[in-house]
Design a protein around this ligand. Structure first.
Ligand code: NAP
Length: 253
């Protein structure tokens, strides 16, 4: 019998969990446990890490996982590296469900940084009002540039305040609209947006709003991922489960 382990924490993983449940395919959805109230899911959920590569190998064997699907966020590089290594060691086929990266249009004013730390270093200079659209675990890196006022938007209210001298905080898990993000940026006098290149529709509104307002964006490029088979649509995962291959799937590096 098939048993899919789906590494989640993304909208795409939730969409795939629904498809698997509808198709009667046994699946477990796994969360790191970063969000306090993850949304209800139609498949069993396991919360918390596995304990590195060795822990994941044990999990795959103990739970007789037949297929591993990595639908984590494009910046969850550690989990993706662990997934590739553990799948190899346990002999379990791996497929990644990913989102294409955002691409700038002719009207965008993007500069690029190679990591969160590099983006913070790139902010040296006069004080600015910055929308830091990053998630709370990355915000402390910006304490290195305390001269700016940061607008933060988190899914949950933080238990400990961010280590930034000047900030405003909005707690909201979206979905976000272009109109709403444009109004937010105007209300807070934002003059720069810092964003990870997450891709997908859910978080794109802020980039369109920045484009419409003529604001510059400091785009943090994606970390490197292990070589693995990748698809972009949840339906393609079903094809892979049925046939073991997907026409047109990319082998990422
Ligand atoms: P990470 O740095 O790649 O992973 C750190 C550790 O967290 C992993 O080694 C693993 O612990 C555990 N982990 C991560 N994803 C897991 C999952 N789906 N199920 C079980 N354990 C998981 O990951 P991260 O960047 O902290 O992201 C954590 C989660 O948040 C991911 O699931 C990701 O999809 C989601 N997310 C991340 C971002 C982002 O910008 N990074 C944005 C939105 C959502 P063990 O080694 O103990 O197994």
């Amino acid at each position: 019998m098939r048993h899919v382990l789906l590494l989640g924490g993304t909208t795409e993983a939730s969409a795939l969990a629904s498809l698997l449940a509808q198709g009667g395919i046994a699946a477990t959805l796994s969360y790191a446990g970063r969000t306090e109230n993850p949304r209800a899911q139609p498949v069993p959920v396991q919360i918390g890490g596995f304990g590195g590569v060795a822990g994941l190998v044990d999990y795959l064997r103990e739970h007789r996982v037949t297929h591993l699907v990595d639908a984590t966020h494009p910046f969850a590089a550690k989990m993706s590296a662990h997934a590739a290594a553990a799948a190899h060691q346990a002999g379990v086929p791996l497929l990644a469900l990913t989102r294409p990266a955002w691409q700038p249009t002719a009207d965008d004013r993007w500069t690029h940084a190679s990591s969160i730390e590099a983006s913070a270093a790139a902010l040296a200079g006069a004080p600015r009002r910055i929308l830091l659209a990053l998630g709370r675990m990355h915000v402390d890196a910006f304490a290195a540039q305390p001269q700016h006022h940061y607008l933060l938007r988190f899914v949950d209210a933080p238990h400990t305040p961010p280590r930034l001298p000047h900030y405003s905080l909005v707690v909201d898990r979206g979905p976000f609209s272009v109109e709403g993000d444009r109004a937010l940026m105007q209300e807070h006098g934002i003059d720069l947006v810092v964003s990870k290149n997450a891709g997908g529709k859910g978080a794109e509104a802020k980039l369109i709003a920045a484009r419409q307002l003529g604001l510059p964006v400091l785009m943090i490029d994606r970390p490197a991922m292990p070589a693995r088979l990748e698809v972009h649509r949840p339906e393609d995962v079903l094809a892979w489960l049925d046939h073991g291959s997907v026409p047109g799937a990319e082998r990422g590096v």
